[in-house]
Structure formats: structure tokens, C-alpha cells
Design a protein around this ligand. Structure first.
Ligand code: GTP
Ligand code: MG
Ligand code: ZN
Length: 303
């Protein structure tokens, strides 16, 4: 037997679905309650937060192969900036913007490095923050995604595999290209080739290859220089000696370029985990050259 029941008619909800919300990264229209963009998988929280922003946000990309140190660098950068109000004051917008800082700080506090970033874009960390600088009354919004190195390489080799990366390469206002100083010093040319592929893909994505990147700043940052003194002392000379092909390409394609050396740990050791995997662990944390490349970019992005 079927009993009659009263069901409220929630037709007003249909009206909400009739107004789509554009993804900030790729521009695809999504339902107002979507968590991730249906095309590029960027978090829709970005689009919601930007509805209340007066100025359009800028995107600063951190690029580099898997294992170069992107996540460690970004987590440490956000942590340092959020605790140094006298230089640039950084305020995270949205709970999701704290995740990369939290994961990095928690791992380093336990004497480990954070886990590798998964390849799926909906599992990447995104930092949306507000920057307040001395002498500037208006705060500006900045978005920094932490993408997986393997996904970046795949997009460079097979364009349009990752919609989010393709859109970010086109829309970004500055780029930090991370290069592993240890691998370059040890003669591993794979990293140099990877960086060259990315640099040329980026200059094509910036529109006219001759003028698109004329005004956008490009920082080449050598990582892990705690283990490469030669690079820490003079990154420019190091690049000339060990990665001359890459340096020439970058100078040609990106007129506004500077070279930096960075390190998060002061010393590292190797340990074998319970499953027999060898992994590097930081013995102490001694950040070096973390904030400098970022401040250099900010100045040239006129933020
Ligand atoms: N010696 C030294 N090693 C570092 C430093 N930063 C990162 N590493 C090493 O590099 C590894 C990879 O760092 P991640 O930040 O996870 O690299 P990633 O670029 O995010 O890699 P994907 O997530 O795979 O794209 C770490 O597990 C450490 O072993 C550093 O400052 N010094
Ligand atoms: Mg990572
Ligand atoms: Zn999207």
C-alpha cells in the first residue's frame, strides 16, 4: 500500500543552477555548488572568493620537474611570509590555501620532507593569498598553484593534456623555474632539457614569442644548494658553467630574468624506511634564498 506524503517543492533551487559560475583558471561554466571545475579540476572556491575581490588576482607559477623541490619551496615561502609582517604581509584566503604550508611544516617538524604531489589536478594544493606591502594602500590578490612535476612535463610534451596547466601558462604574470643544482652539477642533462622544453613551451603560450614575455618577470631558481656550495655562492656563474644552453635560451626568450640559489634544509641524511625505500631526510632547517626570488618577482609584477 502506498501512503500519501507531503513533499516540499524545492523548485527555487533550479533557479540557482540556472546561473553558472565561471572557473577562474579556464573560464569553463560550472554549477554554483561544484567543488572543482568540471574541465580543469581547479577548486571552484577560487571563483567564489574572487566574486568579492575588487582587483583581479595575478598568478605566479612555480614550475620544475618532479622532485626538484616545488612543494618544499612553496610551503616554506608561505610560512616565512605569513610570519614576517615587516616585509610583505601575506594573508591566506580560504582554508584550502593553508594546506601546502601545513603539509610542509608538519613534515619538516617530524624530520621528513613532504610527500610527492599527486598527478590529479583536484589533489593539488592552491594558495590564494592577499599581499599587503608597505607604502601600498591597496592589497593585491595572488594565486600560487602547487602542481605535480610529472603533469607539467606531460603538458609541455603533449599540449592540452592538462587544461589547468595550459590555462595557467597563458594567464600567469610571472614564473619561477626551479632547477635541481645537484643534478645539474652531477652532469644530469635531463633536468636541463626539461627546463628548456618548459621555457620554450611557456614563451609560446605567452602569445607573441617576441613580446609576450618582455614585461613578465622570470626567475630561475636553483634548489638544494645546501649541498652545492658552488651554486649557493654564485648562481649566475654556476648556470654559465653547468647549464649554458638553458641559460642562453632563457636570456633570449625572457628579457626580464634573474638567477637565484635557494635551500630549505641545512644538511640532509639518508634513511631506509620500513618498506626498504631509501629516502632523504632533513637534519636541520636553514632556509636560504627563499623569499628573495619571490620579492624580486613581486616588484617586477608591480604588485
Ligand atoms: N638537500 C635538499 N633537498 C631538498 C630540498 N628541498 C627538497 N629537497 C628534496 O627534494 C625532494 C622533493 O621535494 P618536493 O618539494 O616534494 O618536490 P616537488 O618538485 O614538489 O616534486 P613533485 O611533487 O613530484 O612535482 C624532497 O623529498 C627532498 O628529498 C632542499 O632544500 N635541500
Ligand atoms: Mg610537489
Ligand atoms: Zn576550470
Amino acid at each position: 500500500m502506498i501512503k500519501s506524503a507531503v513533499l516540499p517543492l524545492e523548485s527555487y533551487r533550479l533557479a540557482e543552477y540556472a546561473v553558472p559560475l565561471a572557473c577562474y583558471v579556464c573560464g569553463e561554466q560550472n554549477h554554483f555548488d561544484a567543488e572543482y571545475c568540471r574541465l580543469c579540476s581547479a577548486p571552484m572556491a577560487l571563483a567564489h572568493q574572487l566574486l568579492t575581490s575588487k582587483t583581479g588576482p595575478r598568478i605566479a607559477l612555480i614550475l620544475g620537474p618532479s622532485g626538484v623541490g616545488k612543494t618544499v619551496y612553496l610551503g616554506m615561502l608561505i610560512d616565512m611570509l605569513s610570519r614576517q609582517p615587516h616585509r610583505v604581509q601575506l594573508l591566506a584566503r580560504g582554508a584550502f590555501s593553508i594546506a601546502v604550508q601545513q603539509a610542509t611544516v608538519a613534515a619538516l617538524a617530524k624530520g621528513r620532507f613532504p610527500d610527492k604531489t599527486p598527478n590529479e589536478p583536484d589533489r593539488w594544493h592552491w594558495v590564494h593569498c592577499q599581499l599587503r606591502r608597505k607604502r601600498r594602500r591597496v592589497a593585491s590578490d595572488l594565486i600560487l598553484p602547487d602542481m605535480a612535476g610529472e603533469a607539467i612535463l606531460q603538458e609541455a610534451e603533449h599540449p592540452n593534456t592538462y587544461h589547468a596547466i595550459r590555462s595557467l601558462l597563458t594567464k600567469c604574470s610571472s614564473v619561477m623555474l626551479l632547477v635541481d643544482s645537484l643534478r645539474v652539477r652531477n652532469g644530469n642533462r635531463q633536468d636541463e632539457f626539461f627546463a628548456m622544453k618548459l621555457a620554450s613551451c611557456l614563451s609560446e603560450a605567452g602569445g607573441d614569442p617576441q613580446h609576450g614575455w618582455n614585461r613578465k618577470p622570470f626567475a630561475m631558481v636553483f634548489t638544494k644548494t645546501d649541498q652545492c656550495e658552488e651554486c649557493m655562492e654564485n648562481p649566475e656563474e654556476f648556470a654559465r658553467t653547468h647549464a649554458s644552453g638553458l641559460l642562453r635560451l632563457i636570456r633570449e626568450r625572457f628579457p626580464l630574468t634573474q638567477i637565484f640559489a635557494s635551500a630549505v634544509s641545512g644538511a640532509c641524511a639518508w634513511r631506509v624506511t620500513a618498506d626498504g625505500v631509501r629516502e632523504q631526510v632533513p637534519l636541520r632547517i636553514e632556509p636560504h634564498g627563499i623569499v628573495e626570488p619571490f620579492l624580486w618577482l613581486l616588484e617586477r609584477m608591480k604588485l
